[in-house]
Design a protein around this ligand. Structure first.
Ligand code: FAD
Length: 493
């Protein structure tokens, strides 16, 4: 299926969060966009079905920046439908809560419903007349050199060929575009399944004395039940429920075989969560809801010449413990767009006037086409070069944060260091910034954030070490003086 338009054509594979945002950006740049999505239009799904239960994501600065630069006040539209979370609320095993703020200046991350966000992106993408969305269409294979894609219509099983100047793979962790790229590119590829799985549960709203529904816990926190080798978290939803995610090793999931096993397990580790979730809901959701695996994927490069590029989870899947998978994917879209801007990637094909068609104008068109291809290849090469270090860094930080969330957050050493770090940040806001705010509240490159964090750690270790020494010295001195006092008292007596 050829294009008759004078616009360059991009085929975006995958109408998930990243593919949909990318569609908006390419349309804004004037490209003709064909978006192919394997699944049905999510906006038509039955909202009451179990598969449509509320699943939320933490949206933070990088994601918001990409939404803002997409135009049409997309950031404001999305931010009108979120629940702000200003910190973590730790639920201790033996009872008791501990609030740990994310930022000392009141910064928040935002809980957003995945389906609502996707619906808003697709609505916005569809507003452009340059965009055509094909739901229930699956990419089967690509001939990158011929710039042709084979796409199957899932309704009737027919396979059609589509031409495109550029193919963008936003088709998630198990990307077909990526596996097709591996046939033509010397791609380094690394994947790791962690031994943990996840299962989603729900804390419904509770009724207050007036019979009105309200949140069952503080709605301005991301709740965590850290249990060292596993944990549960809960994020608020606008309907006053919370979506909980239980992260545990597979063998722990497998060991819970009966409803009694489940309740005994919850009584042991998550006692306060049982009345919040409700025993019946817990039993139903735990056994009915799927147990998802968690994968981390790194690869390099992300592009093949000027023909194709992969973004979002297709290029870098990460474990969800930094809440950055989508945010990083959104940032991919924004950075790719900036690089296109710097390289003057023009979406318009030169027009040939058929009446005055001659060999000179044909030559001009050919030259223009060659220049476009060269510029595009340079832009995509630069994208790979620029982005790789950052994307691999956040994949590593996401792994690291699992240990922090499930274990470190309750260690006294961690809490002391965090206090010192926050105090220094408050005193020197632009000089010392803890890692979490650098990742979640700035758009600083992930690799720069990690480098700064390592440097700062040295300083904080020195201060923490001195504090421990000073406390120890004060204790010893205190003890000695205490003895003196007692002697003095004895003497006086
Ligand atoms: P996907 O969302 O996977 O979308 C890919 C799309 O491509 C799908 O719609 C699929 O149907 C389609 N597709 C696949 N193959 C084809 C094909 N051959 N042809 C056509 N279409 C195809 N991130 C955050 O930023 N914050 C969070 O708090 C957060 N929490 C998370 C919690 C959990 C439990 C998990 C698992 C992930 C979490 N993430 C979070 C990560 C986030 O969900 C992903 O990074 C994000 O969804 C990636 O978007 P994507 O569009 O790249 O891929």
């Amino acid at each position: 299926k050829n294009s008759s338009s004078a616009r360059r054509r991009v085929a975006i594979i995958g109408g998930g969060l990243v593919g949909s945002l990318s569609t908006i950006y390419f349309a804004k740049r004037g490209w003709e966009v064909l978006l192919f999505e394997l699944r049905k239009d999510p906006r038509l799904e039955d909202k009451t079905s179990l598969s449509q239960r509320s699943i939320n994501l933490a949206l933070s600065a990088r994601g918001i920046s990409a939404l803002k630069n997409a135009g049409s006040n997309l950031d404001e539209v999305v931010l009108s439908q979120v629940a702000p979370m200003k910190g973590r609320m730790i639920h201790r095993r033996k009872g008791g809560l501990l609030s740990q703020l994310y930022g000392v200046f009141g910064e928040c991350i935002y809980s957003v419903d995945r389906a609502t966000l996707l619906g808003l992106l697709l609505d916005d993408a569809e507003k452009s007349e340059n965009v055509k969305i094909y739901f229930e269409h699956q990419l089967k294979q690509c001939d990158f050199d011929a710039r042709v894609l084979d796409v199957e219509n899932k309704n009737d099983g027919t396979i059609s060929k589509y031409e495109a100047d550029l193919i963008v793979g936003a088709d998630g962790a198990y990307s077909t575009v990526r596996s097709q790229l591996m046939r033509v590119v010397r791609m380094n590829y690394q994947q790791e399944f962690i031994p943990h799985a996840y299962c989603e549960l729900t804390i419904p709203p509770k009724k207050n004395a007036k019979g009105e529904f309200e949140f069952a816990m503080d709605p301005n926190h991301l709740h965590i039940w850290p249990r060292h080798t596993f944990m549960m978290i809960a994020l608020p939803n606008l309907d006053k429920s919370f979506t909980c995610t239980l992260f545990m090793p597979y063998e722990k999931f497998d060991a819970i075989k009966t409803e009694d096993d489940l309740i005994t397990f919850y009584q042991l580790y998550f006692t306060d969560a049982i009345p919040l979730i409700g025993e019946q809901n817990l039993k139903r959701d735990y056994f009915l809801n799927p147990k998802g695996s968690l994968i981390s994927i790194k690869c390099d490069p992300y592009n093949y010449k000027d023909r194709a590029v992969i973004i979002g989870d297709a290029a870098h899947s990460m474990v969800p413990f930094y809440g950055q998978g989508m945010n990083c994917g959104f940032q991919d879209v924004e950075i790719l767009d900036k690089i296109f801007e710097q390289h003057n990637i023009n979406s318009q094909k030169p027009e040939i006037n058929i009446n005055t068609f001659n060999t000179n104008s044909a030559k001009e068109q050919e030259n223009d086409d060659m220049k476009f291809r060269k510029d595009l290849e340079r832009a995509l090469d630069e994208y790979t070069r620029y982005r790789h270090i950052d994307v691999t860094t956040i994949c590593d930080l996401a792994m690291y944060n699992y240990i922090e969330m499930r274990s470190s957050v309750i260690s006294p050493i961690y809490i002391t260091r965090k206090k010192i770090e926050e105090w220094l940040h408050w005193l020197f806001p632009s000089r010392i910034i803890p890692l979490y705010p650098m990742v979640s509240f700035t758009d600083m490159r992930y690799s720069d954030a990690q480098r700064r964090w390592k440097r700062q750690n040295f300083l904080i270790n020195v201060i923490a070490g001195s504090t421990v020494l000073a406390t120890f010295a004060a204790l010893v001195l205190g003890l000695r003086c205490g003895r003196c006092n007692i002697q003095n008292v004895n003497y006086k007596d």
